[in-house]
Design a protein around this ligand. Sequence first.
Ligand SMILES: *Cc1c(COP(=O)(O)O)cnc(C)c1O
Length: 761
Amino acid sequence: MKFRFPIVIIDEDFRSENNSGFGIRALAEAFEQEGFEVLGATSYGDLSQFAQQQSRASAFILSIDDEEFSPGPDLDPAVLNLRSFINEVRAKNEEVPIYVYGETKTSRHLPNDILRELHGFIHAFEDTPEFVARHVIREARNYLEGIQPPFFKALIDYAEDGSYSWHCPGHSGGVAFLKSPIGQMYHQFYGENMLRADVCNSVEELGQLLDHNGAIGSSERNAARIFNADHCFFVTNGTSTSNKMVWHHNVAPGDVVIVDRNCHKSILHAIIMTGAIPIFLKPTRNHWGIIGPIQQSEFEPEAIKAKIRANPLLDGVDAEKVNPRILSLTQSTYDGVLYNTEVVKGMLDGYVETLHFDEAWLPHAAFHPFYGTYHAMGRKRGRTKHSVTYATQSVHKLLAGISQASHVLVQDSETTKLDRHLFNESYLMHTSTSPQYSIIASCDVAAAMMEPPGGTALVEESLTEALDFRRAMRKVDEEYGNDWWFQVWGPDALAEDGIGHAKDWELKKTDSEAVESSGEDAWHGFGDMARGFNMLDPIKATIITPGLNIDGRFEESGIPASIVSKYLTEHGVVVEKTGLYSFFIMFTIGITKGRWNTLLAALQQFKDDYDRNQPLWRVMPEFCAKQPRYEHMGLKDLCQYVHQLYAKYDVARLSTEIYLGDHRPAMSPSEAFSHIARRKTERVAINNLEGRVTSSLVTPYPPGIPLLIPGEIFSADIVEYLRFNREFARECPGFETDIHGLLLEVGQHGEVQYFADCIAE
Ligand SMILES: *Cc1c(COP(=O)(O)O)cnc(C)c1O
């Protein structure tokens, strides 16, 4: 396989018509003769800004004869430049070969801290360029081999091999596509390698995912080491599946389980599948609709026992005798709220058998000391005594995994080891017998990328960019003075520069301890929080639009976030999630300065168009095409129209409080769901829903968190909320809350009716 990893030469004379120039170019030619590309630069400055160029280098040749005058190694500017460049490279990469090239200078001129980092010192004109080139190339090749993690290496070797295959997939390394015009297009789009490397599990040399052996097994062990776990299982169908695997291994019908009410729907699916009886921990919410953490006091075993006693499905069960089977906690909520997992472990170790942290959004935290104990498994952290700890992570959400790349990490306790064989029974139940190998390769590569120091540098960079973005937003705000601007949800005080400390991001009552008792509301709006229990992950940025203040009161005028995000979409910026008066972006390891600066510029443009009330047909043509009724309005008019409707119906309070009510179960989730298979459900119009039992999940978007789960009763509040949504959709089409679980049917006269599936009576 031909990879393009040039040898990078930095020499002031690289393009000069003098002796040094001839010398260094002769070396460059020798590299090219051997089939290596060369990238020549005349200064470090050319290169140090371009991380992508740096990571593409197979070796560096750095010249140190740039200065004629040499006052000694500690003062020589050439040496100082050399040192700072080498430090920069080594901060991310300990392996790439670095050579120093000198004409008059020798290693005697270099201090030890530099010499230690070098693979060699090349004296110009001493050996032939060809000899030097072969030596460097050998090191460069070893380096490129050495960075390949086990599975990806085996896959490259296999795809390179060019053997004819009789095994599936049927496209036979892509050949089938070439026999049709549209197939040709597919082939050209994805490229030959993606298809050559799309093989099935009869290729023995790659190992078996389902058996965790061979190259795949080595990769999983490598990833386990990198992520500080005792076991790692790659999963090719997302964390949705990872969660179900963990549950099926640990939970049996009738078991009591403790679940974050703000959990991903895959956890709810797992409850249904296993037949568990859930006890829910309820998260806080603020008036912007941002979902906060579960209060620390809810994790007290006594508080959990009280809930067990109060649960109608556990009538007659002695709460004192129950050991809940599993706790599943969303570790990093959508908005980036984290728990101190050491505190959770300390409170529940031995009481709950399995501690499961759903870290779909948190695979990066293990690689930067910034996150301290705010993630499940860290280097040099102790084990729990009894309970086994699991973390499930979406490699594809924040690391360099392709869609569906995920893994299950397991940490044994002091007294209980995972039985890998038995865990695999559950693993097999949820894994296709034809796993996608490029997903496996991306699990393998994403893990290898995170190996310190490279991974630490990547996380540091996303933190840095996230903070720079916040500082830039504040600077814009200051410049506007009393005029409005978007706020980024987060602590009042930010570090002047750099990434600051995790302590700054803790959710506590107020930022300053001195005014702690003054009762003043803190920036987060969640009220009184236990110290040292929660923090906000800075790489997730919730941007708050004007219109709603922290107490939930509507301002005179306002800008609903969905209008901003629709506007942004039409201007080439797509955000991750939109709430009522907030939307959300994140700084993954793929962030670029260009991306967030473009967002900032687009927000400026929005403000400008809003302030001038630009006609919608001009600034949001796609939206007008879909919703012509707003065509005659200006941008400001539309914002005000929707804002006033939100205010009239008090939507912010409604959609927050609807989650805070108590949901009473009439039967267990799995029992309710089984009514579907038995065809014992009934489609009920929303006017008649009160008191009925749902057979399905009911989930409003935003925020995408299920409101009801199978077996729960439609309360009067919820029915009122659904009715209100129906009204609102009529008055304000294009801005309604989408509710999954409700069915819409259009009657003979065009009237719209909403239904929900319930247990038949
Ligand atoms: C996205 C998500 C999942 C599911 O992950 P996929 O990889 O998309 O299947 C699970 N839990 C949480 C908290 C998530 O946000």
